[in-house]
Design a protein around this ligand. Structure first.
Ligand code: NAD
Length: 645
């Protein structure tokens, strides 16, 4: 159990395409009539800034186009004097984190409301945090007055962000989400937002790398940026953000690019102390190892991977490590000079963090080999099988010896399989796959008797038997009278249903396992009468081990599992116009029914509605047959579904 405090910051968010048109309404909603329009003056955003000016019309009382990276205080001072001179009552900023930073710096000094129109994925617009630079030193502060009141996300504005900047800005968002997942302040809400952001960034970046004008991918990335930004504002960040802060503030490295280079290395450093977060990130990205996976993602989309490439001098690495460890802050793993020195050296050189190699191109190549398959279902099943098997092999770092063992195991299963011994069904049953497939089918037919697995002992075309006949032959055992009815979902009898019945003897063997028997025993085919009914004599089934002299039995004993099945009788019901039902009835009170003791059916085949009374009786029997001592009564109604529902 964890305890947490969750505070949600109150910002209003407008999201969509073409939402720039709504900025004026939002300003008026905040009571603004004298707006200061802030921008970074970049050529790329000139047209969008002009459009925004048109939308605001006569509300624009002042304009300042000098926002700069890392919010230098001298720039803020210039803007502040213009703001005062023009008696501004509302701030509107269009641009990336730098322009947002200027709006925040002005708001914290004047308490004016802000409407932010973000054009990158930095996420600053939804945080109450401001980083400012005074004399080359960057300091950070937090205050409710800093949090912008309204954010207008217009996906169309991000279309102009160059491909390279889109990638690095997207990784900036990813970094917020990653560090939120191992933050000591994390809550279920920030976890959910962070994971959603990681998944979306992992999907959107490759899509935008292929086509930077893909509006759907732009929208997905902008949503991720918003979610990741909320995480950044809600919980404390760790090593990665502190390092980037130092590298940006003291060594002048560009913000989003630095985040992009450092993130995989900060993750690799923290991975041993945050295994659960890394596992969740890896799953969200669909990679076996989170730090290496993030490095590969960045490389694949053409992002920068080395600090040297960003212009950092190797001689500055030691100082950066010293600065980053000079003041303590919460981080999952203890921060040491040597540790950070190594991290920075790896980042400077652009070394891929250790982890599984990037095998995605190989997987993609195999998947692409199914492209010409004209059966879409087959293509889907093979594609997913390959992807799952590849991830399984990578995640478990499979050795050639282990894979050979698996192949030998399957080969042995093939060799031992005959017409009457099916080792592959045993394997599927004991791994629970048969029950998964069965449960999927069963869940589609509510109000019917549960289905259960077929098992390995079914023989097609059993001998037809008369109602009331004895299917046990001369085999010893407690006599069992079965009185069975088959109805539809409404309880109406189903006449003419063909029902195959098969079961083990009192020692737990099926006839196919007893070569000395003369012909089929304890298996028969009945047809229901006009009342949907049939009856027969048999013997009480007993618990039995599945055949355990083959590779599946060896697997069970190696992992300390018993091979026993709870006592049961099998039924396969097939009626024209109805869905076939394969099921089993378990003897209530029998062995291997109790999950609490860990002694449950070894093929995971039990469902509660299939556990039924095989009622002990003495005295007269339903058909007058004379029985000495105890006999059992099985009285059961199967409900089956029509094919048309
Ligand atoms: P930025 O705002 O500096 O923009 C980078 C460049 O891209 C600029 O030249 C800008 O004009 C251009 N640009 C922006 N949007 C564009 C678009 N749509 N089309 C074409 N060009 C476009 O970069 P950033 O990464 O968004 O922000 C970085 C700054 O934000 C840093 O100072 C960082 O510290 C700060 N930040 C603060 C927080 C916080 O919560 N306080 C969070 C994230 C970032």
């Amino acid at each position: 159990m964890r305890s947490f405090v969750h505070t949600a910051d109150p910002s209003r968010v407008i999201f969509g395409a073409g939402t720039l048109e709504r900025v004026r309404d939002e300003v008026e909603r905040l009571g603004g009539s004298r707006v200061m329009l802030l921008s970074g003056g970049s050529h790329a955003l000139r047209k969008d800034t002009e459009r925004l000016r048109d939308v605001l019309g006569h509300l624009v009382a002042a304009e300042f186009a000098g926002a700069a990276m890392h919010t230098p205080v001298e720039v803020t001072e210039q803007a502040l004097s213009l703001l005062r001179e023009r008696q501004v009552d509302c701030l509107v900023a269009i641009g990336g984190g730098s322009t947002t930073g200027l709006a925040k710096a002005l708001a914290v000094r004047t308490d004016l409301p802000q409407v932010i129109v973000p054009t990158t994925y930095a996420g600053s617009e939804v945080t109450p945090v401001l980083g400012e630079t005074v004399d080359g030193r960057k300091t950070t502060r937090s205050s409710p007055a800093i949090l912008p009141e309204t954010v207008v996300y217009d996906v169309e504005l991000t279309l102009g962000l160059p491909a390279a900047a889109s990638m690095t800005s997207g990784v900036n968002a990813l970094a917020h989400a990653v560090e939120a997942l191992y933050s000591p302040d994390a809550t279920p809400v920030t976890d959910a937002m962070a994971l959603e952001a990681v998944t979306a960034v992992g999907r959107a970046l490759p899509a935008l790398h292929t086509d930077p004008s893909d509006l759907a991918a732009r929208a997905e990335l902008l949503e991720a940026a918003w979610l990741a930004g909320i995480c950044l504002g809600a919980v404390g960040m760790g090593l990665h953000h502190k390092l980037c802060h130092t590298l940006g503030g003291t060594f002048g490295l560009p913000h989003a690019e630095t985040h992009t280079v450092v993130l995989p290395h900060a993750m690799a450093y923290n991975a041993p102390a945050a295994p659960q977060a890394m596992e969740r990130i890896a799953r969200a990205l669909g990679v076996p190892d989170a730090p290496a996976g993030v490095f590969d993602l960045i490389s694949r989309v053409g992002g920068p991977t080395s600090l040297a490439g960003l212009g950092m001098a190797e001689s500055d690495l030691d100082r950066a490590a010293e600065l980053a460890t000079s003041q303590p802050y919460p981080n999952p793993r203890e921060l040491t000079r040597t540790g950070l020195g190594d991290l920075l050296r790896d980042a400077w050189q652009g070394r891929r963090p250790e982890g599984a190699p990037d095998l995605r191109p190989l997987t993609d190549e195999v998947v692409a080999s199914f492209d010409r398959c004209t059966n879409p279902r087959l293509r889907q099943l093979l594609t997913d099988l390959v992807r799952t098997l590849h991830v399984y092999s990578i995640r478990n770092d499979l050795t050639p010896q282990e894979w050979q063992r698996a192949i030998d195991f399957l080969t042995e299963a093939g060799h031992i399989t005959t017409d009457t011994r099916q080792e592959f069904i045993l394997l599927s049953d004991t791994l629970g796959v048969s029950s998964v497939v069965d449960a999927l089918t069963n869940s589609r037919t509510p109000d019917t008797t549960s289905s259960a697995i077929l098992g390995p002992f079914y023989v097609a075309g059993p001998p037809a038997a008369e109602h009331g006949s004895d299917i046990a032959g001369d085999l010893p055992g407690t006599p069992l009278w079965a009185d069975i009815r088959v109805t539809d979902r409404e309880g109406e009898p189903v006449a003419g249903a063909v029902v195959d019945v098969w079961q083990s003897n009192e020692d737990g063997f099926y006839d196919v396992q007893l070569p000395d028997l003369d012909g089929p025993v304890l298996r028969a085919r009945f047809t229901t009468d006009a009342e949907g009914r049939f009856t027969f004599w048999s013997i009480l089934p007993s618990a039995y081990p599945i055949p355990d002299d083959g590779p599946v039995g060896r697997m069970l004993s190696t992992v300390g599992r018993h091979p026993y099945r709870a006592p049961h009788v099998h039924f396969l019901i097939d009626a024209p116009g109805y869905q076939p039902l394969i099921t089993q009835l378990f003897v209530r009170g029998g062995a291997y029914l109790d999950g609490a003791t860990g002694q449950r059916d070894t093929v995971f085949g039990i469902k509660d509605d299939l556990i039924t009374d095989f009622v002990p009786r003495t005295g007269p029997t339903p058909d007058g047959r004379s029985v000495d001592g105890e006999w059992r009564l099985l009285d059961f109604t199967f409900r089956i579904a029509r094919l048309d529902g």
